[in-house]
Design a protein around this ligand. Structure first.
Ligand SMILES: Cc1ncc(C[n+]2csc(CCOP(=O)(O)OP(=O)(O)O)c2C)c(N)n1
Ligand SMILES: [Mg+2]
Length: 400
């Protein structure tokens, strides 16, 4: 029996560290196969991203365009393999292992930096440092505006950002941070990859800002956390979600290239393949005896379980609704969101409109039922139960 087989056979249920190591391995393998890319950031932020996706993010990979999903923006777009690994592991449509093997190849979904529209789950194009933070401020502002129009029972999402040192160095970040603080966009949470390393060496070569004080001066809440301590990361995110009075910066102290014995903590992990010898040594250091691009079934299953339909997988706290100012705006939103989801064949079974005679609903039910098990019959039953609130969506009446 090989080492990989015996480890797979004897391992208990996967830990956060096992799940994060899947990201690390996919990132270093993909960059190695492409002979270009940035392994260090995904390896450093793998623990933070794993906690975020497994414990906080409200999403359903089977319904990537669900209007009330939490948004995840990878501002540090050079670490694109972090996003692609997450989308693959959580089962987003089209993000196959082949796409990861084709990282950075012409025509693949896995461009060097994430491109909006290349694959479901890529919320916005990133790469120019700082731009993702600015886009995320816009996304968070959209949430507030839309919720005010259609009601916070339908729209009540958080926007999470992973940003690097370089994002915070860019001038655009200050304009965006200033606006977010001014508007008190409390559902915006930035996780800063505080690894003290950038492209050419230590960040101390070029910057000595106190970032926590800078954000605090712009009206943000701030926290510091060990970015390799899952419990601490989870607690910090939970605290941030529990206080929506201001936006949040969580400085996550990490080691770039975590797990690589000779390159961790160095700028040599930033933007080039680790190399065959270092990858072999990293596999040993991380106790990851599997072949390149091989994620054992047990770990892949644990990841796929994270992406269960949001209605059953998340302990949502019920939210009581401010009545919409305009019933017609609300109705139009519900209609367009549902029809879009139906056309994508991505409507979760749990979202059942309670107005079965509307033509758009018939279209939705007809095109959607095989993949989601939603049906006109269930919707009729739902309508009978909920006549007093005809536009209500069961699933959306709750929030994380
Ligand atoms: C506006 C802009 N300038 C320059 C670059 C080139 N660039 C890509 S990554 C990087 C360094 C980023 O450092 P950091 O955010 O600390 O990333 P880490 O080394 O920690 O992965 C630079 C300068 C860019 N992508 N965007
Ligand atoms: Mg850095």
């Amino acid at each position: 029996m090989s080492k990989a087989q015996s480890k797979a056979a004897t391992s208990p249920a996967p830990s956060v560290r096992d799940m994060a190591n899947a990201i690390r391995a996919l990132a270093m393998d993909a960059v190695q196969a492409a002979n270009s890319g940035h392994p260090g950031m995904p390896m450093g932020m793998a623990d933070v991203a794993t906690v975020l996706f497994t414990e906080a993010l409200k999403f359903d990979s089977a319904a990537p365009s669900w209007a009330n999903r939490d948004r995840f923006v990878l501002s540090a777009g050079h670490g694109s393999m972090l996003l692609y690994a997450l989308l693959h592991l959580t089962g987003y449509p089209g993000m196959t292992i082949e796409e990861l093997k084709n990282f950075r190849q012409f025509g693949s979904k896995t461009a060097g930096h994430p491109e909006y529209g290349h694959a479901p789950g890529i919320e916005t194009t990133t790469g120019p440092l700082g731009q993702g933070i600015a886009n995320a401020v816009g996304i968070a502002l959209s949430e507030r505006l839309l919720a005010a129009r259609v009601g916070s029972d339908l729209i009540d999402y958080h926007t999470y950002v992973i940003a690097g040192d370089g994002c915070l160095m860019e001038g655009i970040s200050q304009e965006a941070i200033s606006l977010a603080g001014h508007l008190k966009l409390g559902k915006l949470i930035v996780l800063w990859d505080d690894n003290s390393i950038s492209i050419d060496g230590a960040t101390s070569l070029s910057v000595s800002d106190n970032e926590l004080e800078r954000f605090a001066a712009s009206g943000w809440n701030t926290a510091r956390v060990d970015g390799h301590d899952p419990a601490a990361i989870a607690a910090a995110i939970k605290a941030a979600k529990g206080d929506s009075s201001r936006p949040w910066l969580i400085a996550c102290k990490t080691v770039i290239g975590y797990g690589a014995p000779n390159k961790a903590g160095k700028s040599s992990a930033h933007g080039e393949p680790l190399g065959a010898d270092e990858i072999k040594a990293t596999r040993e250091r991380l106790d990851w005896p599997y072949q390149p691009f091989d994620v054992p079934d047990q770990i892949l299953s644990a990841w796929r379980a994270v992406a269960r339909p949001f209605t059953v997988s998340r302990p949502f706290a019920p939210v009581r609704i401010a009545p919409s100012r305009s019933a017609s705006v609300r109705s139009a939103f519900v209609k367009s969101a549902l029809v879009k989801s139906a056309r994508d064949r991505s409507l979760p079974a749990s979202i059942v409109p309670a107005r079965p005679n509307a033509p758009w609903h018939r279209e939705m039910a007809a095109s959607n039922s095989p993949s989601t098990k939603s049906s006109a019959d269930r919707s009729h039953a739902s309508a009978r139960r909920r006549q007093a609130t005809p536009w209500r969506l069961r699933a959306a009446a709750s929030a994380c």
